[in-house]
Write a protein that binds this ligand. Structure first.
Ligand SMILES: [Fe+2]
Length: 372
């Protein structure tokens, strides 16, 4: 057997190459857009690609599955319920994919997305039971995938989590994310075991009611450019341009420096609509980061743009993306609305609201350093 995990520092995603060293056949799971990394390894090892599998329709990064599958003239494989606009091989729960002496068993684990599958890997010459499971965004390290981006189902996520935790203790867990917005509290390790998660994963300890509340009570900060990326992964448009490719430096200012911004400047608020409604800087434009790429034509290219969010994390990545697509005068507001409020500045409200939403603004590291 051969196994390699690829970690994408910029989006916090993990992809995998599993191969039989006997038959030289390989499977690639959840490939990133940069497919040369897999091609190089396949060539170096003399493997031929038999399966390209996406565990689900991704919303936070553009999949490289179709490009890779086209080069090798194999179909992309997804769960049979996947709603995509291109031909694919539909996988069923319980189906086994032979890969030389190895077996990849499909386990339908909906929740984060309805079509999400996990893959159980068994190597019969070594043992009759599975030794590892690739979980996509179902069971994560110290967390589970968020069911609240749209299309997800917290109750299904609970059942999927219990199903995966029914595996033996020793089964190694390799998730689709080690960081990023698809979870709220991933610990950062790129792998774990079923036994450790059953014992120490905080959401696993919750009873069903508390789990459902925990999964749905906070405002989800949907991923950057999610609308465009998801449409691309469904085969509806070409979305490669909507991926943030580098963590390039962006000018930053403290929140109270907004008092002295140029008169022509636009304050761009990339938080979710409910967060904006609860309190925002007067005159700012609400354009959630999830819709940024889809609504670029609303942003002027000839005026400075001050990008703000809850605490400065989402706005930094949004500002980096705006730079990437050619906006020349982009500034990130450090510390976001939180810092603005702490500096004693006033917030406008779009409409009467009740309690301010509890915001989950996932902190995570990437090549550009720790975000806050
Ligand atoms: Fe996901």
């Amino acid at each position: 057997m051969y196994f390699k995990q690829f970690l994408d520092e910029l989006c916090g995603c993990a992809s995998y190459l599993v191969a039989s060293r006997q038959s030289r056949e390989a499977a690639i799971i959840d490939p990133a857009l940069g497919i040369d990394q897999y091609e190089t390894l396949l060539a170096d090892r003399g493997f031929s690609l038999r399966y390209v599998i996406d565990t689900h329709v991704h919303a936070d990064h553009v999949s490289g599955a179709r490009a890779l599958a086209a080069r090798w003239q194999v179909p992309v494989a997804l769960h049979e319920s996947a709603a995509v606009a291109y031909p694919f091989r539909g996988l069923r729960d319980g189906e086994e994919l032979p890969l030389g002496q190895l077996r990849l068993r499909v386990v339908h684990t909906p929740g984060h997305r309805p079509e999400l599958i996990s893959l159980l890997v068994t190597n019969p010459p070594r043992g009759p039971e599975p030794s590892m499971v690739l979980t996509g965004d179902s069971l994560l390290v110290g967390d589970v995938g968020r069911p609240d981006f749209g299309g997800g189902d917290a109750a299904a996520q609970y059942e999927s989590m219990r199903r995966l935790l029914g595996l033996p203790d020793w089964v190694a867990v390799f998730p689709g994310h080690f960081e990023g917005p698809c979870g709220k509290g991933m610990c950062g390790r790129p792998s774990t075991t079923v036994g450790f998660e059953r014992r120490y994963n905080p959401v696993v300890q919750l009873d069903r009611d508390r789990f459902l509340r925990e999964m749905t009570e906070s405002t989800p900060a949907r991923p950057l450019n999610m609308t465009t990326i998801e449409a691309g992964n469904r085969g509806l448009i070409d979305a490669a341009w909507a991926m943030l490719r580098t963590a390039s430096p962006v000018d930053e200012v403290a929140a109270d420096a907004l008092d002295h911004r140029p008169a022509a400047a636009l304050v761009l608020d990339v938080r979710e609509p409910s967060e904006y409604a609860a309190g925002h800087i007067a005159g700012s434009l609400s354009l959630p980061q999830a819709d940024l790429a889809a609504r670029l034509d609303e942003l002027p290219r000839d005026r400075p743009i001050y990008v703000i969010c809850h605490s400065g994390s989402r706005s930094l990545r949004a500002a980096q993306f705006l730079k990437q697509v050619g906006y020349g005068q982009v500034v990130n507001v450090r510390g976001g609305i939180k810092a603005w409020r702490e500096a004693g500045r006033r917030l406008a409200q779009a409409a009467p609201v009740g309690d301010a939403p509890r915001v989950v603004d996932t902190e995570w590291t990437h090549a550009g350093g720790r975000l806050t």
